[in-house]
Design a protein around this ligand. Sequence first.
Ligand code: F3S
Length: 432
Amino acid sequence: MRLTDEEKAMLDGAEGPAVAAAMDLLVRYGDALGAERLCETRNVAGTMTQPSPVKAKLVREGGWAKSFSVINLDCDDDIEIPPMRVPTCQLQHGFGDDALGVVPYPPQMVELQGDAESFFGGRGVNILATCTPYQVGNLPVRGEHCAWMESSAVVYCNSVLGARTNCEGTASTGAAALTGRIPYWGNHLPGNRHGTHLIESRVPVDGFLDWGMFGYFVGDLVQEARPVVVGDLRRPDLGDLKHFGAAAASSGGVEIYHLPGTTPEAPTPEAAFGGGRVPEPVVYGERERRGVYETLNNQGTSTDVDFVLLGCPHASLDQIARAARALEGRKLSPGTELWMMTPRALRSVADRSGYTRVIEEAGGRVLTDSCPAMSRSAPAGTRVFATDSAKQAHYLPAILGIEAWFGTLEECVDAAVTGRWRGDLRTVEAAR
Ligand code: F3S
């Protein structure tokens, strides 16, 4: 791989051993990928503070410097970790101290994470602690080269914002944070961003549930390719596009999609395909929609719901406000819990706006930093859960061995209040 003089100097140790180790990792990584060079980035979203038993052991042996060196730089040397060279944020991690006593999650991990936050915060890592950094202050501009992890964030970054990132890992984001570089390959290259498949919806895609189901269909169909979606697609907002991308990155590995007329690199279907031939569409109709709904709802036999999970990807203020409206003046069924996941920064606005109080008065919780899938943690004794997230319905049954129901936010709130799942796609359609 070709390096600039500045990059060669970093590799040779001019900026210290940690930067040299980071550059060494990027060179090995870039060579393995066949990248010809690195590109500059000033936007890294990675994970430094996520606690784990392995990190706990490394911290005991040599502190957080040792942990960062081994896990984020793939280096066994005993080296000092300098401040991050470029703006860097922490994505979702474990539960924080606001979840102590609420979430069955090891207090030692909460303590370890708090310690990590002090260390990395002191080195310039912004502890956003969310899978949706774009909701709380990290909003890259169109064309900006980024180094992000987290599939739902990556697909939003590429598709909705028009910034450029591959789905990076713990080590490559650690190295990017210390060097301001990342291999120039994959989604960083304009020619790799054009559409490959056309999918046309012949049913209305309108609202959070529909966008999640459509995304789930699209991801399953194209896997890691680049879908362009057209048809009866109605007024997607931030939440809809967040759900669409997260679902497409769960059933498949979609990292970029185009929605002509809405997403920035696709003013037209022709532009979405890079000026090339627009292929014949694959149709998403009633049968396909029903198939997705049944797939996401074939993981439950009991309709006795003991846990409701909202906010995957982490909820926007609109979603929290909707949940508060749906819960106002009601009480959760005894034995049923409801968690709404959101970034801590938005939780603070929800507190000030009164939404948290309404949700808590009903018996629910607004929680931050993590989620049940990430921290492998649900209320003790959970057997059946309900969610409005296609991603969480996809992963959580396998991770926790529990049954799942998938529906609208209102159906989930109904399940929390009655303790019963009564969701039905026909009811949702009739209410349109
Ligand atoms: Fe975020 Fe957890 Fe969903 S990290 S995207 S809330 S699985």
